[in-house]
Design a protein around this ligand. Structure first.
Ligand code: ADP
Length: 393
């Protein structure tokens, strides 16, 4: 059972509700999580507002010492941290370790950058006046993050806010809270005062609305879908809450006939299938010149068919499961729709045989039909690479 972290203590949700955290590779329950909501979030923001009175006045040197100690703890314990990340996300162990190293680097980097929050002096039109800009911490910042990078996503936003002297109310994705839970524990161990980084989990719309509604919460940093980003923008327009948004993507790649086909096929497979295609900056639509389409398709299919799908704890694994059954069903129904449009599967296209449990999907290359194909217009967020062709720019 894992609780919410508010004012330095692990406490159950006020409603007493819990929710199961499921391992996407085995479909087993990892643990029960406290399922909080608006009331818990209001309490967490009150506490973070109180903690800001002191934290906002500490020097960046004091803050940096704590953040760098937390970074060191992440490096020291990377094995154990990575194991829990594999359980919650399904990603390969080596990638989970790499991600925790990046999280540690982010804490170190922001710790140092906090010392360099220089202001500036601006000349004016009067000899007896000068203007200056000084940077001050904003106050309580809400951080809502997505599941695809369970340590990187929170680290990026928490470290920046904490280094600047803000306090944080964090809401990790309900599917991957373990990494955030470890991160907040390590921050406490490194000496972060109570209330400076709070962790709430549960009813996402309720938590988001509470962040918008509480007058002390000055800003929301959000990583997630365009759909939810729009909900937050609508809400923030009424409450004047500042926003930083990192939303979805649907990036094209155009491949001209003068390329080294083998090298580009390899790079395309690497970029498209990293983290199982569950990356907002992953290239999604590949437009290949007709003159090299056959050669490119062959080279690409050879790369992709060789990708090893399986448990993140198997050292040979390159692709784990998708994050949830719902996510896999969404990729499956996109593939069904693409087949109905006349698209042809060149490799993959279904659930891998021999993996009965877990939300796996084969790495897939599709020869797609038409620029309006669902594979071009919808964000896939899974291991599918659609090929389109062109003959002139
Ligand atoms: P995805 O799961 O596709 O990455 P979501 O936007 O659904 O994208 O999720 C990203 C984060 O936003 C998660 O932490 C999720 O719980 C949270 N979230 C979902 N709905 C809302 C909402 N209405 N308000 C605030 N946060 C939300």
């Amino acid at each position: 059972m894992t609780n919410l972290f508010i004012n330095g203590a692990w406490i159950p949700s006020q409603s007493g509700q819990t929710i199961a955290l499921v391992n996407p590779a085995t479909e087993d329950t990892i643990t029960e999580l406290a399922y909080g909501g608006a009331a818990d979030t209001m309490l967490a923001i009150d506490g973070a507002q109180a903690a800001f009175k002191e934290w906002g006045k500490t020097t960046p040197y004091i803050r940096a010492a704590i953040l760098k100690k937390a970074a060191q703890l992440m490096r020291d314990r990377v094995e154990a941290l990575a194991i829990d990340m594999v359980k919650e996300s399904g990603k390969p162990l080596a990638e989970a370790k790499g991600e925790w190293q990046v999280a540690a680097n982010l804490f170190e980097w922001y710790a140092e950058e906090g010392k360099r929050a220089y202001g500036k002096v601006i000349p004016t039109n009067r000899p007896d006046k000068r203007s200056q800009v000084i940077y001050q911490p904003l106050g309580v910042v809400g951080v809502i993050t997505a599941w695809n990078f369970p340590a990187y996503n929170p680290a990026r936003a928490w470290a920046a806010a904490l280094a600047a002297g803000c306090t944080v109310v964090a809401k990790p994705a309900e599917t991957t809270p373990l990494s955030a839970i470890h991160m907040v524990s390590l921050l406490k161990e490194a000496g972060l005062p109570d209330g400076v980084c709070q962790l709430v989990m549960g009813d996402a719309p309720g938590i988001g609305q509470a962040m918008l509604d509480h007058p002390a919460l000055r800003k929301i940093s959000f990583t997630g879908s365009t759909r939810v980003g729009k909900i937050l923008m609508d809400g923030a327009s009424k409450t004047h809450t500042r926003l930083s948004l990192e939303l979805g993507g649907n990036a094209p790649v155009i491949i001209f006939p003068d390329v080294d086909v083998e090298a580009v096929a390899k790079a395309a497979a690497l970029a498209r299938f990293r983290n199982n295609g569950q990356v907002c900056i992953a290239p999604q639509r590949f437009y290949v010149h007709k003159g090299i389409l056959d050669a490119f398709s062959k080279a690409l299919v050879a790369q992709v068919a060789a990708l090893k799908v399986g448990s993140g704890f198997d050292a040979a694994t390159q692709l784990g499961p998708l994050i949830t059954l719902q996510q896999r069903d969404s990729v499956k129904s996109l593939m069904d729709a693409a087949r109905n449009e006349g698209s042809v599967v060149l490799t993959g296209g279904s659930k891998p045989s021999g993996l009965d449990k877990g939300y796996y999907f084969e790495p897939t290359v599709v020869s797609a039909v038409g620029r309006e194909s669902c594979l071009a217009t919808k964000e896939i967020f899974g291991p599918v690479l659609p090929l389109f062709s062109f003959d002139s720019l």
